[in-house]
Design a protein. Structure first.
Length: 409
């Protein structure tokens, strides 16, 4: 009884000690309010432009700065156009920043918002005019939600485990749009437009990249380097990167599913040689690749590739160079070269190659088996330089049963 009463007293005391400080009603500047605040306090900032470089020092944990909407503006140029650092620089845990605009940051540390601490939350914050980085968080369990960053070099960057970046918009950055380094990462529902380099990059363990939209990027659209990947429901348009619209490196499990990729200068999907045992399911690549790069490139091993479509590729539709992959019910349609270019031990079952300008199925190695595939109206429907391990129930040409593949000399 005594113990429970003591716990209740401590809780009530901690709640009662948290105060709300108002700017400019109680304090003329945000920094004045921060200086007066103690851990757990909330600073509410009215509409207006505040020419400040706000610093939250070590020890002022669980502090909240909450604006009144986009018209609450923290401008990092109190000393003129040259600027003097971030609009907000934080070295405390549990910091929350909500519902305001931060703009401009030049000088030695040119991030507009820079937070070094665990459990940070940045929500409904607009950032623009930075010379380098928009929002940077260095710490565990960061949450960046419904923020918008325009301009600068890097839009959003988080280094720490258990991070999430949700429903953010990044546009017109010179470098990377969204970058996260850490384990157990989620990037979901973000939109990146006109990034000069990689639009979304995630490096670490157990990474999920879901329902993001990328339009116009100077390099690869989504780059995921992880042991376990979930890349689901993303939409990529106009990626100029040579590696691909979605590139997976190092994964040994996971799924890449229901992504839509169009007009990529490199592959729409690329599984690098370090990738294995990943399922590619229900993806669609339209006008992706080039003469020397297929729309869907599978250099990884032991992957399951099911119900994917590659349409109107400038080169091959599917290129398989990794060992032990299984392709089932995929469609290669109207590629400028081969439908399925198979250069490694592979099982091909119930795939369709139609109206491709070179071979429908081009097999150039031993250890390939084909069953129940359909090839029609390709320049050569099925071509193999070697005897196949199995060739059963395939249809090609007029649709009749094939006895053996055509040898393309």
């Amino acid at each position: 009884m005594f113990r429970s009463s003591l716990a209740a007293f401590v809780l009530l005391t901690s709640v009662a000690s948290a105060s709300t400080l108002r700017v400019p009603k109680d304090f003329p500047t945000i920094q004045d309010a921060v200086d007066a605040a103690v851990s757990g306090d909330t600073i509410r900032v009215a509409k207006g432009t505040y020419f400040e470089n706000v610093v939250v020092p070590v020890g002022k944990n669980d502090l909240t700065i909450r604006g009144s909407g986009p018209a609450t503006i923290v401008d990092a140029r109190p000393f003129g156009p040259v600027g003097s650092g971030p609009a907000l620089e934080v070295t405390a845990d549990g910091f929350r920043l909500e519902n305001l605009t931060a703009r401009f940051a030049l000088g030695f540390t040119p991030s507009v918002i820079r937070i070094a601490g665990d459990d940070a939350v940045v929500r409904r914050v607009r950032v623009y005019g930075g010379d380098d980085q928009g929002i940077v968080v260095l710490g565990e369990r960061a949450r960046i939600e419904r923020c918008a960053v325009r301009g600068g070099d890097v839009g959003i960057f988080v280094a720490g485990n258990d991070a999430s970046v949700r429903d953010c918009v990044v546009s017109t950055v010179h470098g990377m749009g969204v970058g996260v380094s850490g384990s157990h990462v989620l990037i979901r529902g973000c939109r990146v437009a006109n990034a000069g380099e990689t639009a979304i990059a995630a490096v670490g363990l157990d990474i999920a990249v879901e329902k993001n939209r990328v339009a116009g990027t100077g390099d690869d659209a989504l780059l995921v380097s992880t042991d376990h990947v979930r890349a689901i429901g993303n939409v990529v348009r106009h990626s100029a990167g040579s590696h691909g619209g979605i590139v997976v490196d190092g994964a040994t499990s996971g799924v890449v599913a229901k992504n839509v990729l169009s007009d990529c200068d490199g592959p729409g999907l690329a599984m690098l040689p370090t990738t294995s045992s990943v399922a590619l399911v229900g993806n669609r690549a339209v006008r992706c690749g080039r003469a020397d790069l297929a729309a869907i490139v599978l250099d990884g091993a032991d992957c399951s590739v099911v119900n994917n479509r590659a349409v109107d590729s400038p080169g091959d539709a599917f290129m398989i160079t990794g060992l032990g992959n299984e392709l089932t019910k995929n469609v290669a349609l109207r590629s400028a070269l081969d439908g399925f270019d198979v250069g490694a031990s592979t099982m091909l079952s119930k795939n369709v190659a139609r109206d491709n300008h070179a071979e429908g199925f081009a097999v150039v190695v031993l250890g390939v088996s084909m069953s129940g595939n359909h090839a029609q109206r390709n320049r050569i429907d099925i071509a193999s330089s070697f005897a196949l391990d199995a060739f059963v129930g395939n249809q090609f040409g007029t649709g009749g049963e094939g006895v053996s593949p055509v040898i393309d000399d």
